[in-house]
Design a protein around this ligand. Sequence first.
Ligand code: THU
Length: 131
Amino acid sequence: MLGRMIRLAKAARAKAYAPYSGYKVGCCLRGESGRLFAGCNVENAAYPQGQCAEASAIGALVAAGDRRILECVVVGAGALITPCGGCRQRLREFATPGLPVHLCGPRALRRTVTLGELLPMSFGPDHLKKR
Ligand code: THU
């Protein structure tokens, strides 16, 4: 399954629209249904309107009806890629701190960390539960 996820993330990365940064990213998420959802970064001439690969993949997962993220793969070149702060919080919405996040280079898996390591003491949906 991990191999398939990495392949899908790489394929999405190849389609990334990143003319401004030149930094292409691909992401693949496994939802609670077992389905896999890939996404890439989509930049914009109005820079702040650009979207990360993780956000694209989360949109596909949610639109397909899934609500939980069980595994995450991110692929980027250069120094070890790690999701940006905003995307750590986006992932947190649909995952537990134990979520495995596989950090990959263009060719292979480099390191696996948990979302809890990336975003300790996080704020999440439970904080908003009415008592
Ligand atoms: N980017 C992602 O898509 N995901 C990450 O985890 C890190 C950064 C994108 C945003 C922007 O299009 C480009 O990489 C450079 O920051």
